[in-house]
Write a protein that binds this ligand. Sequence first.
Ligand SMILES: [Zn+2]
Length: 449
Amino acid sequence: MSATTAPNGVDVAGRHPVADPSKVSNPYKPVGDYISNISNFKIIESTLREGEQFANAFFDTETKINIAKALDDFGVDYIELTSPVASEQSKKDCEAICKLGLKAKILTHVRCTMDDAKVAIETGVDGLDLVIGTSHFLREYSHGKDMAYITRQALEVIEFVKSKGVEVRFSSEDSFRSDLVDLLSLYKAVDKAGVNRVGIADTVGCATPRQVYDLVRTLRGVVSCDIETHFHNDTGCAIANAYCALEAGATHIDTSVIGIGERNGITTLGGLMARMIVADREYVMGKYKLSKLKEIEDMVAEAVEINIPFNNPITGFCAFTHKAGIHAKVGIVIFDPYHFKRMPLGLAAILQNPSTYEIIDPADFGMTRYVHFASRLTGWNAIKTRVSQLGLEMSDDQVKFVTAKIKALADVRPIAIDDADSIIRAFHLTLGEHPEKNMDAAAAAIPTA
Ligand SMILES: [Zn+2]
């Protein structure tokens, strides 16, 4: 680092660093905190449980097995499956996945009753995720049980599951609308009974990151077991809530691929990866096979017949596409919005440090950066990159001139890469052997709208 560069890597003129980014300390790394699990979290992947509750989802056995294998290869810690009590086929599928011998532990999500727990144990799962509603809404309108009854029942089922030698998690449903005192005393009791995890679920998607932090932080002080969290995305907070939960001491995050689940779903696996890699790249890169993310998302998207949303973190079609001229200086690859063609440029075309406008390196996920240069927002650096990709030579003045022509045409109508290329080529052709002298003639040769 030079003498003109501040410790955070920003130089004396306030510009972003142009040095090797790996040598600059990460300014986005969270401040150290003894309860935070930002650098030590586990994923409970629920595409095959929560995801099955998605409106479009119907997974046959083969699809379930393919998804489970892909998630296991990706490196998730747990795979959660639909309750075997749900249907006869659900039970068979659960047994089939348990027999695959995956590295990931297999869980199934069941109601906190002896009947459900007995069926679940027989499938051969590594653990049971027990759930019961504790909010007054659920107590009043769903199962109608009081807290003393819920606690007694929970302890009985937990003791049974533990006696079978498998993991047990106990979770409330709709935790953020449950009475805090009720919730904490119930969790204290199940912790004492020896559960592996307690779970907090924002079943209706109402919680804010601050509420999550407060509740998990409070719970962290009450139980000694692990804390799993489950966030619905009705108000768009699912990823932020997951992050805050980890900051407050939660240990496990529930995810699903592309977030599929009830209503508009839960914390997305890819979105969580995007969030976490910024906080601790080493941990995330060391644990998860990020280059497989797109493949898994495509597999699930196809299975439930949806497209990957355009604004999806990492894999949305424009997640690493730069359009504005001031951004396009980063350009190494160009993008044709009308044909969705992607063409690699030469390595020599990296013009400046991409981290100026990107917090995530697409290469970490096996993805590539794109520069969308055929638009009126383009800049001469993007065009200069395109000129060299076409194998042409032009002075900066000439590039600026032809850029102005491209922008003028793009102001009149949407243009494709072919339009921009033909402007560049026509201009270059007429420049001839003495380019400086032929600017006017070259200009006259440029095709118009
Ligand atoms: Zn849910």
